[in-house]
Structure formats: structure tokens, C-alpha cells
Design a protein around this ligand. Structure first.
Ligand code: ATP
Ligand code: MG
Length: 569
């Protein structure tokens, strides 16, 4: 295609809300355009080309393993969300609205209910199972802070797939197949990624994995082991149980006056003990359906930190928020001196499971300026894993050292079981004629987020660097001086010959300065450029490789074959 005929509004201006390279370059390169600066984007011709290429890879790999593409209605009746019990639970990210007849609808942030509804109407027998249906369609989430361009939009394109099975074993087989298929997809897209254990929400279990593109700008912290292939989102990461070399305080059961010692550091200094022997008690307000909420105390070792997603799952809440000192006081609690033991009536307590049975622990006394020593954490308490794994902790699998890295979540696969099929009545008759709920899996890919993830992983200080499978064009031909007829003629000829070979070429035939065109070539990130310049009179042109910007002089006779080999290679 000819640059002069395409809408590619490149710009030198960095959008003022943009901090990430992908956000800046996708806008500056004219791939996308912001709509009102609130997480809504238009895809311009170049962006649409990349999007289509990503979609194509996703579709090809899914279709190859028997998944079937459908397209669901975007507007979802709220009644389906009421059936599943998520209408309240989903919170403010769910955009709810009414039509002229006062019927309530939502814009689908994910489509479990819609897909279950589709299947329950047409699948009745085990003979029709298994089934894996997917769509590549818009989702809407009224994100509290839409940011980073395509990374966290409010409207975005997702591939969402759902599988339906007669039993758990068959669902697990499909889950493994999806993991392999997703790996193929992300490898084809040219990404460096890691598959990690993910938070499975209140449903629990180990049946959830995320696909993380490794990038410093990633919003997710992932815990990886240097000794083995263990990797997990911090929200789900586990570690070998910790031990402490420092001696336990031999203090006996006592109430001690501890003025000015309300933080873990102050307390450790006051008693001259390792924070391992202190109990840290964190109060949070847990929010539930229908506006219900309660104060919950989370107790863990002073040397550990609370992982809020784990904590939230432990009480099956929709969210956890901070509590003010006044709220604490009215519940009979004293900030800085709280304890999981002898709490005021009606305050719920969750205790980290690694301190079950711990002795010689120092706790708050639930009284201002007092702590108690010599406590044993025992009895009928509610124990859960609520700690955040820290760098340097040891791997539960191999004993190696764990460290943090940053990732961008581009895919998520989840063993759902009967979470949706039961409430929505998606049942089938098994071989014995008995009615059973279908067992489900769900599989998502952030298709539009992938554009941002690719650029986060591959860019330099000049612009984008697309991978071969995702580039909007295979080759960018630059004509140094469009008024030079010989240059224009030769460039045109190469453009036609390569197009006939199936190579996608962008011919920059604009009457701009050469310097401006080179800048656009660098900004757009097409993997190869060919420059028709002064050397043409000596029968040669220049190939520029976008990654690294290495240049190579090539004779005009060889250029076509060279490019074909590079593009196909
Ligand atoms: P995140 O933790 O990043 O908010 P999520 O876990 O809520 O994502 P899922 O429900 O797992 O997202 O959705 C499947 C995929 O959709 C994600 O893996 C991600 O790639 C993509 N995605 C989710 N939210 C957004 C968004 N606001 N903008 C763009 N892509 C998104
Ligand atoms: Mg997810």
C-alpha cells in the first residue's frame, strides 16, 4: 500500500496522559486514537491491521484443536447475571443500564452467563459434549483507573472461550490442551512469557493459570524460582515454611506496658526480639453483597506481609478496604495494639496458617499501650494462607530462592467446575439418563492488550519494533527523493514484484523530507526497510533492520530475493 493514500497520522507529540512506551508509540504511530481520554480507543488502519493479525493467530491455533468460534450479543440481560449471583458481586466495574421499557441490562465484562445460556438451550445430552466455544469480541469493564492505553482500557477486545464437559477429568484434559495451545499462540506472536499459577478467587483450588509477558512495566508481580520452573502470581504464590534462627523470647504469659511501640519495628526493638515472634494484626473492612460489610482482623507474623487478594478470598468478600481509627474504636479495637486473641465480640478473625500452634508469641493486648507475651496461637481459629511471598523466600517445590519479576497478564485459563452451570441450570443427560450439571473451563486472551504487551517487550527509544507475525506490513520502502524518477521507478517496481510474491509492503511515496520518513519508519516498527537513495545510480539499495537499525548495502538484482528470504525466514 502507498503511505500517501493511508490514514497514518504519525506525530512527534507524546500524549500527556501517557507514560508507557506502548501507549506513547501506539498513539504517536497512528495505530490508535484516544476517545475522550477515558479508556476508549479507536483503531486506525495500522492498528486494525495489527489487531487482525493477532486475531488470526489466535483463531488459527484454536480452530486447529477443535474450538468453535461464535459471536455473542454484546448487551446482556441483567437477569442472567442475577441467575448466576454475580449481578451484585461484580461491583462497579459492571456497567448496568435500562432500556426504554425499564428492562435492566449489563455490558458484558466477561461472558460466562451468556455462553452458559447459549449452551443450555441447545445441548441436552452427553453425546453433544465436550464442546469448546469462543468468541473474539468487545468487553466493557468500568475500570476505576483506566490507564496505559490498550493495557487497561474500559472497552477492550478479548478472546473468551468456554468449554463444557460431562465430567471433571475431561475438563482437565481440555484445560491442559488450552495451556499448550496458548503457549503456541504466544510463541507464534514472538513473545517471551511465563505460565504462572494464578489466584483462583473464592472458588479456590489450583486450577487457574495466567500467561505473563515478561516486562518491567507489567502491573503484576510474579514470583519465580531460579532453581526450577515454579512461577506464580504474588496473589497465589506459596513458599517453603519459614524458620527463624534467632531465639524465641522467653517471657512467660504477661501483660506488658509498651508505650510508643505500636509498629512492628518499634515492638521488635522494645522486646529485642526478631519480628518472627510478633503477631501483626491488620484490620480491614470486608465488603459483601447488598452493601453488607464487617471488620476483619488478619493475624500473621511480624516478619510477614499481608497479601490482600489471599485475605479477601479467605473471607469470600468482594473487596477489602481500609478502616479508620474511629471505626476501630467503635468496634472496641485499638489501632497498634490489636490481637487475634480475646477480640471483642462480633469481630471476625483470620489467622495465617503458618502461626497455628506457634508459641512464645507477642500480641497486642487489645488495650492502648499494652502487649501480651508468651502467647500460643491455638484453638478454634480460622486459619488460611494470607501471607505475601517475599524475595529470598524458598521455593516449596525445590528449595531454590524465589524472586520477583514483573509481568503483563495476556491470558488466563480457569477450571470452573459447575460454578455457573449449576445456578443457571445447564444440565445434560448422562449415559444412564441421569441429569447432571456440565463441568466447565474458561479461557481468556487479552487481544487488544497484546498490542501493548508486544510493544512493551519490543521497542527502543525511537519507536515500536513489531514481531514478524504481528507487524502491520512486512516491509517499508523509503524513497529518498520522490522527485528523482529513477528512484521512484525502481521503488515502484520492487513494490509490485514483492506484492505479487505475497509480501505486504508499505511504500512511502510521500513528498516529505527523507529525515522525516526515516523517523516514521523507526516509529512504526516495521521489521525491514529498503532505502532507494543516491547509491541507486551505482545499482544498489540499502536494507535496514528495524531491530538494532543495522544497515546492509544490497545490489538491486538481489534485493527481491533477499527480502523474500528475510520475511519468510
Ligand atoms: P487484570 O488482573 O489485568 O485486571 P483480569 O484478571 O481481571 O485482568 P480476566 O478476567 O482474566 O482479566 O480477563 C482475561 C484477559 O483479558 C486478561 O488476561 C487480560 O489480558 C485482558 N484484560 C482484562 N482486563 C482488561 C482491560 N481493562 N483492558 C485490556 N485487557 C484486559
Ligand atoms: Mg485474570
Amino acid at each position: 500500500m502507498r503511505f500517501s493514500k493511508l490514514l497514518i497520522p504519525t506525530s512527534k507529540e507524546t500524549p500527556n496522559d501517557a507514560t508507557l512506551a506502548s501507549h506513547i508509540y501506539l498513539i504517536r504511530g497512528g495505530f490508535i486514537q484516544s476517545v475522550g481520554g477515558s479508556g476508549l480507543y479507536n483503531f486506525l488502519p495500522l492498528g486494525k491491521r495489527v489487531l487482525d493479525k493477532v486475531k488470526q493467530v489466535v483463531k488459527e491455533e484454536l480452530d486447529r484443536v477443535g474450538c468453535q468460534e461464535v459471536s455473542l450479543a454484546f448487551v446482556t440481560p441483567a437477569s442472567l447475571w442475577e441467575e448466576s449471583g454475580r449481578y451484585e458481586k461484580y461491583g462497579k466495574e459492571l456497567l448496568r443500564f435500562k432500556d426504554r421499557k425499564e428492562n435492566v441490562f449489563v455490558l458484558g465484562p466477561t461472558h460466562e452467563e451468556m455462553m452458559v445460556n447459549l449452551v443450555r438451550q441447545s445441548v441436552k445430552s452427553y453425546k453433544q459434549l465436550p464442546l469448546n466455544l469462543y468468541q473474539i469480541n468487545l468487553k466493557f469493564r468500568d475500570e476505576i483507573r483506566p490507564r496505559f492505553g490498550l493495557m487497561r482500557g474500559r472497552e477492550f477486545l478479548m478472546k473468551d472461550g468456554y468449554s463444557f464437559h460431562a465430567d471433571e477429568a475431561d475438563m482437565k484434559r481440555e484445560f491442559d490442551l488450552m495451556e499448550e495451545t496458548y503457549k503456541k499462540i504466544f510463541r507464534r506472536l514472538g513473545l517471551e512469557f511465563r505460565v504462572v499459577e494464578a489466584d483462583s478467587g473464592a472458588i479456590g483450588g489450583s486450577g487457574s493459570k495466567e500467561f505473563m509477558v515478561l516486562a518491567d512495566s507489567g502491573e503484576d508481580t510474579i514470583v519465580v524460582c531460579d532453581g526450577c520452573d515454579y512461577g506464580a502470581n504474588i496473589e497465589a504464590a506459596v513458599r517453603q515454611e519459614k524458620v527463624c534462627d534467632a531465639p524465641a523470647p522467653q517471657l512467660g504469659k504477661e501483660k506488658v506496658h509498651t508505650p510508643n511501640a505500636s509498629t512492628m519495628e518499634e515492638l521488635a526493638a522494645f522486646f529485642d526480639v526478631d519480628p518472627f515472634y510478633l503477631v501483626k494484626t491488620v484490620a480491614m473492612r470486608a465488603l459483601y453483597d447488598e452493601g453488607r460489610s464487617e471488620i476483619v482482623l488478619f493475624a500473621l507474623r511480624g516478619s510477614d506481609a499481608l497479601q490482600e487478594v489471599k485475605a479477601c478470598n479467605a473471607v469470600d468478600a468482594n473487596d477489602l478496604v481500609e478502616v479508620s481509627e474511629e471505626e476501630l474504636a467503635s468496634a472496641g479495637l485499638v489501632a497498634g495494639f490489636m490481637s487475634p486473641i480475646d477480640v471483642p465480640e462480633g469481630v471476625r478473625v483470620i489467622v495465617d496458617k503458618t502461626i497455628e500452634g506457634a508459641t512464645d508469641m507477642i500480641c497486642g493486648a487489645n488495650e492502648k499501650e499494652y502487649h501480651t507475651t508468651g502467647n500460643t496461637i491455638e484453638g478454634n481459629l480460622d486459619y488460611h494462607d494470607i501471607v505475601a511471598v517475599q524475595e529470598g523466600d524458598l521455593c516449596a517445590k525445590c528449595g531454590g530462592e524465589l524472586r520477583y519479576t514483573k509481568g503483563i497478564e495476556v491470558g488466563h485459563i480457569f477450571q470452573l467446575g459447575t460454578r455457573y452451570s449449576e445456578p443457571l441450570g445447564a444440565t445434560f443427560l448422562d449415559e444412564n439418563g441421569k441429569s447432571q450439571p456440565m463441568v466447565m473451563g474458561t479461557y481468556g486472551i487479552g487481544v487488544s492488550r497484546l498490542l501493548a504487551a508486544i510493544i512493551e517487550q519490543y521497542h527502543d527509544d525511537k519507536g515500536c519494533i513489531w514481531t514478524k507475525e504481528t507487524t502491520p506490513f512486512d516491509l517499508y520502502i523509503l524513497v529518498s527523493n520522490v522527485k528523482d524518477e529513477a528512484q521512484m521507478r525502481s521503488a515502484q517496481k520492487l513494490y509490485e514484484e514483492l506484492s505479487a510474491e505475497g509480501v505486504d509492503v508499505l511504500l512511502d511515496d510521500r513528498k516529505d523530507r527523507f529525515g522525516a520518513k526515516i523517523k516514521d519508519f523507526e516509529l512504526l516498527g516495521i521489521p525491514y526497510g529498503v532505502v532507494f537513495g543516491k547509491k541507486l545510480s551505482e545499482g544498489s539499495v540499502e536494507i535496514i533492520e528495524r531491530k538494532g537499525l543495522a544497515k546492509e548495502e544490497v545490489s538491486l538484482d538481489e534485493i527481491k530475493d533477499k527480502i523474500v528470504a528475510k520475511v519468510r525466514g
